[in-house]
Design a protein around this ligand. Structure first.
Ligand code: ADP
Ligand code: ASP
Ligand code: MG
Length: 814
């Protein structure tokens, strides 16, 4: 004998009911089957809603009833086109009784738990009837048996407790004489010993099936639903979740108790004592393996954590006060009070100081709990021995579950650090001594992020998802998007990093896609995106609340640089090629560094100096390994290099600068490059990263420009002064030539001070042969005292800058 239970979705449509019948027919070829069905998907909710409308004198209950009626009549006419009068009459008379019950509730505007149970019982009564009659109409040997005749409970309406003595006897008695191949029973519903309709709690059809399976000591219980088993996390919230092949009863218990709705927790008890395996299967994918739940704990030794689950709508209550310390009986009185009010406690923690007890309950019970506890401890509260109870709401519990977690070290450490890194504040923690379950109370708004973070940490082959938001998609930004698009697959396969661009913005518009923007058509999408603002962009990043979020600034805009702090405070990493933040005041620079450490959010700006060259990264590594920078000498301006490499007495300085601008080597305003400000900013950043407190004004800038050049107040004007002062530049060139030198614009830092300026570089110097737009940096350190550590290569250009940004993003992924 087999017991199969089919849930709401499985009997929720004509198509699915046909699938159910095919499965049952198939099974019944071998041996008799017992089939428990839920109400048609969504009907229990609709019945309760109709009842609530009626209770509140709201005539919407009529339209709710009409929908319920139509759903059932449609199923009936589709499944049994030529139904007999008797069948039609039965269904119509049931619907008529339902209607008069609702009318009654409307009339007296009252809906007691007892009436509520009577109301919802229609769902299972109708579904089981329709399924059974459909089978009969197809000539199958099927019968419907009302489980209310078998399952006897107490009168705790809406969640009645089973009287196993009588129930087991009834079930055995009935099936001893039954000779049908297929018996259909309604799940969820039962009768009290005084004959009133009761129910077994929401989701209780699983329980009905388990009770019957245990009473008959069958070989296994199958729960057929709409997913491929019990997943590593709720598949509706975690896309990467996957079905768990095998679980122990205890693991399944913990997961379902903490919210894995696919199995109603009380269903485990009756079968586990008899060691009857439970198999969770998918009605729409019957060949999928599903999940097998048994007493075997040895399986899965390789994986410590088996799944994560979550319960929402939690209120955390804290009872605290010095009067509790060392005095026995406080907890007893506290939990007795809750038990008297029939309030279920989901989570408890007590600090070892015994100064406070903290527990989690359903948010709907919070007010009642607080009132009754304050009453119980009225005396102690008035004597100030303990404080009135503290309530916090809008919380959730996430729980990591696995029998073998106790054999692995550091699991809770990994769990909490993963949450912490993603700015998920933990309000309370509980870990049972058996260590099957580690649970944390967090804000409701963080649940999805927490589940995905933990899932990635414990179940995803170490593939890390990075959620990237890019602001500024000009020349460099566009290349960066292209590089991400092109390298996505490689990075996922080789570096185990799943890079997704979630948001893009230019100064006009912005676009977002929570599951990753299409990097093929982003330009068209962005053109018709919503209006962009910096604050609006930040708000969206915050609301999306995705783990491992990274904000990338590919602008040269001061306003954008001012918003980094807001990102870092949300534990969102910042990657910038914009130099303004790091070369602004020392206070701002060091504040951003401090926020980065405090909120565990990387702040990377490798491209601020030398585009894609690994200059800052190398510097950071030298310092981290205990080296000390004694001096830095560098050529850091691609544009100035281009200018001086191309300038000689055969052409004018003016023309060379014009050409550099035309070829994109200078800033739109070439004065920023030629005045040396850009180079000064770069050496400032290197000096700061070397550990020196310095500001831009502290850098000696020995300009090679003339007073006229420097005083020009527009770019055009500047070019005019270049023509006028051509002789000055020719003189610089002639002197260098005479001394057999090359002109290079050099930045220097001696460990304390920094300066920038044009220099004549002799033939034997490493700077002499610097070509094109190349940069070079020489680090003299304690470990590299005479022969410096040299980094050299292209220090400007969209492609190399984009690849520098790309590398910073990857650094965060690692
Ligand atoms: P049925 O109507 O078949 O009883 P339920 O809706 O009660 O189905 O339970 C199945 C649903 O449980 C799934 O559709 C899924 O959304 C939800 N669920 C939550 N957590 C899990 C989990 N860990 N594994 C599988 N399903 C889960
Ligand atoms: N129909 C009931 C409910 O929705 C029981 C069940 O589906 O298991 O809660
Ligand atoms: Mg269910």
């Amino acid at each position: 004998m087999n017991v199969l239970k089919f849930g709401g979705t499985s009997v929720g449509s004509t198509e699915n009911i046909k699938r159910v019948i095919a499965i049952l027919n198939n099974y019944s070829q071998e041996e008799p089957v017992i089939c428990v069905v839920s109400a048609v998907g969504g009907i229990t909710d609709k019945l309760l809603k109709a009842g609530e409308f009626a209770q509140h004198k709201n005539e919407h209950y009529l339209s709710e009833f009409k929908t319920i009626k139509e759903i059932h009549l449609n199923l009936l006419s589709e499944l049994i086109p030529n139904q007999s009068e008797a069948v039609k009459e039965y269904v119509e008379s049931k619907l008529a009784s339902l209607k008069s019950l609702l009318d009654g509730i409307y009339l007296i505007n009252e809906l007691s738990p007892k009436t509520s149970d009577k109301l919802v019982s229609f769902g299972e009564l109708l579904s089981s009837y329709i399924v059974a009659e459909t089978m009969k109409s197809q000539g199958l040997n099927a019968v419907r048996k009302n489980s209310q005749d078998l399952i006897v409970t107490n009168s705790k309406f809406t969640k009645a407790e089973v009287n196993y003595g009588i129930t087991n006897m009834n079930i055995r008695e009935y099936f001893k004489n039954a000779n049908q191949k297929i018996t259909i029973l309604p799940g969820f519903i039962s009768k009290s010993d005084s004959g009133e309709i009761t129910t077994l709690g929401r989701g209780g059809s699983d329980f009905t099936a388990a009770i019957i399976a245990a009473a008959l000591k069958v070989n296994r219980l199958e729960i057929w639903t709409d997913v491929n088993g019990m997943y590593t996390a709720n598949p509706k919230l975690v896309k990467q979740a996957y079905p768990i092949e095998r679980l122990s009863y205890q693991e399944a218990m913990e997961l379902s108790h903490f919210g894995a709705k696919v199995l109603y927790p009380p269903s485990l008890q009756p079968v586990l004592v008899l060691d009857i395996p439970i198999h969770i299967k998918n009605t729409t994918d019957p060949n999928a393996h599903g999940t097998v739940i048994t007493s075997d704990k040895s399986n899965g030794f390789s994986k410590a954590a088996k799944g994560i689950s979550n319960i929402s709508n939690i209120a955390l209550l804290t009872l605290q006060g010095n009067g509790m310390i060392g005095i026995p009986g406080f907890s007893k009185r506290l939990f007795e009070t809750l038990a008297q009010e029939k309030i279920n406690v989901i989570f408890i923690t007590q600090a070892s100081s015994e100064h406070s007890i903290c527990f989690g309950i359903d948010e709907n019970d919070a007010a009642l709990a607080a009132e009754s506890i304050n009453l119980t401890f009225e005396n102690e509260i008035s004597l100030l021995k303990i404080d009135p109870i503290l309530i916090e709401k809008e919380l959730s519990i996430v729980a990591l579950v696995g029998d073998n977690m106790k054999n692995h070290q550091g699991i809770s450490g990994r769990m909490f650090s993963a949450l912490g890194k993603n700015n998920i504040n933990i309000r309370a923690i509980a870990q049972g001594a058996s260590e099957k379950n580690i649970s944390a109370v967090i804000a409701e708004k963080d649940v999805k992020k927490a589940l995905n973070t933990l899932h990635e940490r414990f179940f995803e082959d170490q593939t890390k998802q990075l959620n990237v938001y890019i602001t500024g998609v000009g020349n460099v930004g566009e290349r960066l998007v292209e590089q991400i698009h092109q390298q996505k697959k490689y990075v996922k396969e080789h570096l185990k990093i799943n890079m997704r661009v979630i948001g893009l913005s230019n100064s006009r518009t912005m676009i977002f896609d929570e599951s990753g923007l299409s990097l093929k058509s982003w330009k068209e999408q962005l053109a018709s995106g919503e209006k962009a603002t910096l604050e609006g962009f930040l708000e969206r990043v915050k609301t999306l609340n995705l783990r491992n979020s990274i904000f990338v600034d590919v602008t040269a805009n001061e306003e954008v640089s001012k918003i980094y702090a807001d990102y870092l405070r949300e534990s969102i990493a910042v990657v910038a090629c914009n130099k303004i933040a790091c070369s602004s005041t020392f206070e701002n620079y060091s504040n951003l560094k401090r926020l980065s450490v405090k909120y565990n959010a990387p702040f990377l700006f490798e491209t601020n100096v030398g585009a894609g060259l690994p200059i800052i990264d190398t510097l950071n590594h030298l310092i981290a390994s205990g080296d000390k920078i004694t001096s830095i000498q560098a050529v850091l301006s691609g544009s100035l290099n281009f200018v001086f490499n191309n300038f000689d007495d055969s052409g004018s300085f003016h023309d060379v600068v014009k050409q550099a601008q035309k070829e994109g080597y200078t800033e739109p305003d070439p004065r920023i490059d030629l005045s040396g400000v850009d180079v000064a900013r770069k050496i400032l950043i290197l000096a700061r990263e070397s550990g020196t407190k310095m500001n831009l004004e502290d850098i000696e800038n020995d300009s090679f420009l003339t007073e006229n050049n420097l005083k020009s107040d527009s770019v055009d004007d500047f070019y005019k002064t270049l023509i006028a002062d051509e002789a000055h530049f020719q003189k610089l060139y002639a002197s260098a030539k005479k001394n057999d030198c090359q002109l290079k614009y050099v930045a220097e830092f001696d460990g304390e001070k920094a300066k920038v300026g044009l220099k004549e570089i002799p033939k034997d110097h490493p700077f002499y042969n610097l070509k094109g737009k190349d940069n070079i940096v020489m680090f003299f350190t304690q470990r590299y005292p005479e022969q410096p550590l040299i980094i050299k290569g292209a220090g400007a250009g969209a492609d190399v800058t984009a690849s520098g940004l790309f590398a910073d993003i990857i650094r965060i992924g690692n």
